[in-house]
Design a protein around this ligand. Sequence first.
Ligand SMILES: [Zn+2]
Ligand SMILES: [Zn+2]
Length: 338
Amino acid sequence: MPTFKCAVIKEAGGKFEFEEREIPTPARGEVLLKVKACGVCHSDKFTVFNAYPGCSLPRVPGHEVIGTVESVGEGVDWPPTGLLVGVGWHHDHCLFCEACRRGDFMMCPKSRVSGIHADGGYAEYMIAPWTGIAELPQDIDPVAAAPLLCAGITVFNSMRNQENVGPGDLVAVQGIGGLGHLGIQFAKKMGFQVAAVSSSGSKKELAEKLGADHYIDTSVEPASAQLQKLGGAKLVLATAPNAKSMEDLVNALGSNGRLLIVGADADKFSLSPFQVIPNRGHVCGWPSGTGTDCTDCCNFAKNQGIASMNEVFPLDKAQEAYDYMMSGKARFRVVLTP
Ligand SMILES: [Zn+2]
Ligand SMILES: [Zn+2]
């Protein structure tokens, strides 16, 4: 039987181990993918430390997977073999619960996360249910596209679904890292007036290159004071949450403004009712998106020239790639190629 290589976490806090497994035959409703690229995401630490509800080990991480359809199981009318597709954070959904019957698949309580509840893309091959598959522009570069399936979709889908925010409105993107460097690009191309918020002056040139209209250096003056001088933010996209920064950013909101939290490693922060009552402020969050949301995100990114800045490692170096990403030194996303 032909085999494939994958990088496995076997115990919580352990190192990656490489395994040769038999290439599986997809079961009913499943698709076999030949992996072309897989992004390394900060959330992969939930697998490494077995720290996500329902996660179990051993597990192959990876939820930013680009691959081609090799074969499909019984009952799969789509996707066709040979198609370039993606699998993101949203692995699948049940189709039967109330959320699924309403078509709100992200809210399915039985939905699974790729690389956490099922094996992901740190591998040469991967099995995925057809329900979570994203069709991609067929000429998109797999390495360039991989981070769009988690970092990209999270900033794109969260911003496009907010009420009371439209083209021309002031949107602040807090943090210029893996999520933020994409957030600035998407926000600009969606027609917003974009303020990049950083804790130092060192990323000014980069932020402006990515499309920022304003640069907010919080070492000079709190973000709230600077954004209020610009009229108050309609939306603050919080990609790098730390308690102090979040507490101040609530004060940066204009009327009906929204603090939208997408960075999933937040400290607790405190909030006074008086920070949100007078201006009808909102504090909210958003979780990535479905396969079809990922399709929209990748099409938008390709049409608008939005690109993730990536550093590439071979699958054999999964441990180095993961450690490098966790060190915070990556500029800005790390991608594995088999
Ligand atoms: Zn992720
Ligand atoms: Zn469901």
